[in-house]
Design a protein around this ligand. Structure first.
Ligand SMILES: C[S@@+](CC[C@H](N)C(=O)[O-])C[C@H]1O[C@@H](n2cnc3c(N)ncnc32)[C@H](O)[C@@H]1O
Length: 650
């Protein structure tokens, strides 16, 4: 089982991309990446990038733009011993290809505060929310992203990292509006996270993402002195030199014909193995090939190439023993109003066919999902303290809407299968059902269903349960998959719709503004200065932020365009002045460089000659649709027949 980290880019890794204006029309597109240290690198955008981008812009997932007849992705036992399940591609993949069909990500806000002390499995599966474009969900810095698809299920092998972490697209303008739609805020706006291939993968190869070296360093009891990324690089270099040296000593240029029984080689690798076995404890030595055959192979190719065969399964074996995880893709629901996106079949599915099997993360204490009322107080030294009122639950994490539960138990089960989290409810049109997984011991232990108590589940959060989703009738390609969430869910939804009223909070519902729309529609529109905003304000739920690159002074002579990645958040900034020169608008802004909200004084600095593209709208912290106090929250009903009797504790 994969255990993603709180990984991702730190701010120091941030770069901005500028499109070189003079080249933009007459030459192939160039993007230049400038790091904070001032170094830059440019590359021409590939056609593949354009095709992918066009597909995304057209509202399709990348995969649906490509032809699709057989399963391309499997969930199967990982090739890493003890790692549970892993994800495998059934088709060869080249750098820049995509994998999967666009995952959803779900923010979990202020968890370490609201759910302090509650045993939960999620920490090992979270990606840090700021690397997923979720920074604006709270001003406390405590936002985690659970991406229950590939980002949750792909393992990490530091020698074979072959796909990049997917970053979701933030879509706060969807089809729903908080002034009229009771479904507003009831599903995650972070979706279509596309996984890109970063290294060639053979058909049958397991996928590996980079969790960050830190993730392995902080788990020495599990992984011991496993080589880290840098160790592989150093070992690569050492190996090349070692092989050259030995070839010279052996008087051979390629060394391939040297018999494995050669004394020099035996002595050398015998010594290396002894050193490795305890004389020195070194992650780098652990990365170094331990035989002449491996050393020469690695010198010709890479050390990673040595690991690839053992990380590859036969495709026929995957078909037989794995579970297909790419039968469905997400799209805006066509059947269910107010529901956001849904899951659609990409190929014919037969009645009783298992559409996919999905592992479950379990929480024994349902209070994990509660959001509590908070008051802030100042002590005698004027330090602010927060008090949690555990008797006043004011809402639930949005994650609740993606998990299964039952009114007679505190146990909650959250699936992390690719695509299945998009399946909506319809009791009448349901064409999918769930059951405990059959014949998939690698993630499902029926003993847990038969005899584990709620306490047992609390004491052991390793995923040990899985569900099969199967078709209850033949399903055509393009049909939406629908599940019956149960009568309790349906009644809760009906009551929500009947009693729902628009919520007027920071801003009245009708004048709520979508940051995404403002950034798309008003990208070229001049921004109003602070003085102008006094008379003509922007919607109160929006804030303007300036690009991170403004941390350094900028040079107007280079007519650059700032590029915002989906994860960029920038600095809070205020527009002091706007002026026109060379027929262009320029701005003088004040940046709040200190991002820590607890800092007593924000470090402010002024920048002038700032172009429009350096500024972007964001929802102000805590004002997104997800944070609406009247947003619908309800677990999906676990059918009565699946609830183990010993879990009934309510
Ligand atoms: C597991 S998610 C399904 C995926 C979700 N539609 C999305 O876009 O991420 C469950 C949530 O979808 C919405 N939903 C599902 N079925 C619905 C229905 N029949 N009517 C209204 N909303 C529905 C509700 O917000 C529910 O809490």
């Amino acid at each position: 089982m994969s255990i993603p980290p709180d990984g991702g880019l730190g701010h120091e890794d941030l770069v901005f991309i500028l499109t070189v204006g003079s080249h933009a029309q007459s030459h192939p597109k160039q993007t230049c990446t400038i790091a904070y240290d001032g170094t830059s690198a440019c590359k021409e955008s590939s056609n593949d990038d354009d095709v992918n981008r066009q597909a995304i812009n057209a509202g399709m997932t990348v995969s649906s733009a490509l032809s699709d007849s057989t399963c391309g992705l499997y969930l199967a036992p990982s090739t890493i011993p003890g790692a549970g399940v892993g994800i495998f591609t059934a088709v060869e993949k080249q750098i820049g290809d995509t994998v999967g069909r666009g995952d959803i990500c779900i923010p979990v806000i202020d968890m370490y505060w609201h759910a302090d002390g509650i045993t939960q499995p999620f920490s090992d599966y979270f990606w840090s929310g700021d690397t997923m474009g979720m920074s604006h969900e709270t001003d406390s810095d405590d936002v985690e992203a659970l991406c229950p698809g590939l980002d949750c299920a792909i393992n990490c092998h530091l020698a074979l990292v072959n796909v990049e972490k997917a970053v979701p697209v933030y879509d706060d303008f969807g089809a729903l509006h908080r002034s009229r739609d009771p479904g507003t805020g009831a599903f995650s706006p972070y979706h279509n996270g596309t996984t890109y291939v970063s290294r060639h993968i053979p058909a049958g190869g397991e996928l590996f993402k980079f969790y960050g070296d830190h993730w392995f360093q902080t788990r020495p009891h599990v992984f011991g002195l496993i080589p880290l990324s840098e160790d592989y690089e150093t070992a690569e270099d050492m190996n090349e030199k070692m092989v050259l040296l030995l070839q010279r000593a052996l008087g051979t240029r390629d060394g391939v014909n040297v018999s494995s029984g050669n004394n020099l080689l035996e002595d050398w690798f015998g010594l290396l193995q002894k050193i490795n076995a305890g004389a020195f404890e070194s992650r780098t030595l652990n990365a170094l090939p331990q035989s002449w055959a491996d050393a020469t192979l690695a010198a010709k190719d890479t050390i990673s190439a040595l690991h690839q065969p053992s990380a590859t399964r036969d495709v026929a074996w995957l078909e037989k023993h794995g579970r297909c995880i790419d039968h469905v893709e997400p799209r805006t629901s066509t059947i269910v109003p107010q529901a956001g996106r849904g899951a659609f079949a990409v190929r014919s599915l037969l009645r009783d066919q298992v559409i996919t099997t999905t592992p479950l993360l379990h929480v024994a204490d349902a209070d994990f999902f509660n959001l509590y009322n908070v008051t802030s107080m100042f002590d005698e030294n004027d330090n602010e303290h927060y008090q949690k009122h555990v008797d006043t639950v004011v809402g639930s994490q949005i994650l609740l809407n993606y998990c299964f539960g039952h009114e007679e138990t505190t146990v909650i089960l959250c699936p992390y299968g690719s695509g299945i989290n998009y399946i909506n409810h319809d009791a009448t049109l349901a064409n999918v059902k769930i059951r405990w997984a059959v014949d998939f011991d690698v993630v499902h232990d029926d003993e847990v269903v038969q005899s584990w108590t709620v306490e047992d589940l609390e004491n052991d959060t390793k995923p040990r349960l899985a569900l099969d989703y199967f078709a209850t009738r033949d399903i055509e390609p393009g049909e939406e998959l629908l599940l019956d969430y149960g009568a309790v869910w349906e009644e809760a939804w009906r009551e929500h719709v009947d009693t729902w009223q628009p919520y007027n909070g920071v801003v009245d519902a009708i004048s709520y503004g979508s940051a995404t729309t403002m950034n798309e529609v008003a990208r070229e529109t001049p921004l109003r200065t602070q003085d102008e905003q006094r008379f003509d304000p922007y919607p109160g739920n929006l804030q303007i932020r300036c690009h991170y690159a403004l941390k350094n002074t900028i040079n107007r002579e280079e007519a650059y365009v700032f590029h915002w990645r989906d994860t960029d958040y920038g600095y809070a900034c205020h527009i002091l002045d706007r002026f026109i020169e060379d027929n262009k608008d320029w701005y003088t802004v004040e940046l709040e460089l200190t991002v820590d909200p607890d800092a007593e004084t924000a470090v402010r600095t002024e920048r002038t000659d700032v172009p429009r593209s350096a500024m972007q709208f964001f929802p102000a912290p805590g004002t997104s649709d997800l944070q609406l106090p009247n947003a619908f929250r309800h677990l999906i009903g676990l059918p009565d027949e699946l609830l183990p009797p010993q879990w009934r504790n309510l």
